[in-house]
Design a protein around this ligand. Structure first.
Ligand code: HGY
Ligand code: MN
Ligand code: MN
Length: 414
């Protein structure tokens, strides 16, 4: 069956990316669109209206995941999904997650204006709280959908101001009626920027993603004693910030030891009472460890856990450390990867195989449906930064390969 040469509209995609960036747009040109905030509600409302214009039926599940389904010839076939996320980091860019949802919307607009009817229904999914920045862990709603977390575990997650997920979800009116996981689809393709420098470095426009590395998040509270910085001799201090600083350095050393594939980061730290003339008595910090090989990741965790008493006991500090998230390394579906290869060749683009360093909803969805990803470069590999940037050509290349891959998969279902 010869597939049609349906070409996406690069300018229309670029204009959507630029226009929707106003929902949470920052003076530096990034986006602050934390999940379940007013800005998130605005972009969700826009997405629902845009997909309904294409004849889609939009449903929302109990955790805010949005599903916009365009009918196909055969309602007996499960939809082919194209999904990603519209929430961003506090100092996020215009493309992380957003390109995946709007690239899918551009693909669907192309089908609609061509009057092309696919065999299977085609749908676009907006997954709630992929970033995990406001409500940890990351990929929370796709994780609930895939059975990695219960709905109520997610509902009870609180942000650092104590606001619960369920209160924020109801606050923006996106607690849908559909039980999480009830909405079924047959496969998912996720388009995303690479968020690293490899494609740009090699001059390739497409990453044929094979899977996602293993990721683990921990929370550590170090307790010492608030005391006067002037009147307390050095040998009598219980300085929680000093202990935390040494832990931060050790976590970096552990990742360096297992580099180049290992990464380790402390990204969030809260120092109490954070007063210039008080010895800090309590520090909270987060740890993010990642590696493609679970056995090495376990070794890194073991060394991190052993470091806590080794470093903190001599400083007369106590600590509470716990793992709050574990996303094992994931391999994507060979047949969908092959559709991406076919779609890339059809678009006449250079590509390379790669594993994702960043987490994505696709990592969880791969547990319940054949799933894969398509990467495009981003400038300097910079992401999770307001300076995150790509070009119209790179975005268009990704959306074209996404459309080609979905049509290739659809043709195989016939
Ligand atoms: O943490 C991650 O890798 C993703 O950006 N949420
Ligand atoms: Mn993302
Ligand atoms: Mn992200």
């Amino acid at each position: 069956m010869t597939l049609p040469n349906l070409a996406i509209n690069p300018q229309r995609l670029w204009d959507m990316l630029m226009d929707t960036a106003k929902f949470g747009g920052t003076p530096k040109g990034g986006i602050r669109r934390l999940t379940l905030t007013e800005e998130d509600r605005l972009v969700r409302d826009w997405f629902k209206a845009e997909t309904e214009k294409l004849g889609c039926t939009v449903t929302v599940d109990e955790i805010g995941n949005m599903f916009a389904v365009r009918p196909g010839k055969r309602s007996d076939l499960l939809p082919i999904a194209m999904g990603s996320h519209l929430d961003t980091q506090p100092t996020g860019g215009k493309f992380d997650g957003v390109l995946g949802v709007l690239g899918a919307l551009e693909a669907m607009k192309t089908l609609h204006e061509a009057g092309y009817e696919t065999n299977a229904p085609i749908e676009i999914v907006n997954w709630t709280n992929e970033e995990g920045s406001r409500f940890a862990p990351a990929m929370l709603a796709s994780g609930v959908y895939a059975g990695a977390f219960t709905r109520d575990y997610a509902y009870e997650r609180a942000d650092r101001q104590g606001v619960s997920f369920i209160d924020a979800l109801e606050g923006i009116g996106y607690r849908g009626a559909e039980p999480v996981g009830q909405h079924k689809f047959g496969a998912m393709f996720e388009l995303h920027i690479e968020q690293g420098p490899i494609l740009e470095d090699e001059g390739k426009l497409i990453g044929v993603v094979q899977g996602v590395q293993g990721m683990r998040w921990y929370e550590v509270t170090v307790t010492g004693q608030d005391a006067h910085t002037g009147a307390t001799p050095m040998y009598l201090r219980k300085n929680a910030l000093l202990g935390s600083a040494r832990m931060i350095d050790r976590i970096d050393a552990i990742a360096q030891k297992y580099a180049p594939n290992a990464v380790g980061t402390v990204g969030l730290i809260e120092n109490q009472p954070n007063s210039r003339n008080v010895i800090p008595g309590e520090v909270f910090f987060t740890v993010d460890l990642r590696h493609p090989d679970e056995a090495v990741l376990q070794q890194m965790e073991d060394e991190f856990r052993a470091a806590l008493p080794e470093i903190l006991d001599p400083l007369k500090l106590t600590f509470d450390g716990k793992m709050i998230w574990k996303s094992p390394a994931v391999k994507f579906a060979p047949e969908l990867i092959d559709c991406v290869r076919v779609g890339t060749e059809k678009a006449g683009l250079a590509s390379r195989d790669m594993v994702s360093g960043a987490g994505h909803d696709a990592a969880y969805i791969a547990r319940v449906a054949p799933t894969t990803m398509i990467f495009v470069p981003c400038l300097g590999g910079i992401s999770h930064n307001e300076a995150e940037s790509t070009t119209l050509e790179e975005c268009a290349a990704g959306a074209q390969v996404l459309l080609n891959a979905v049509l290739e998969y659809d043709s195989r279902l016939a």
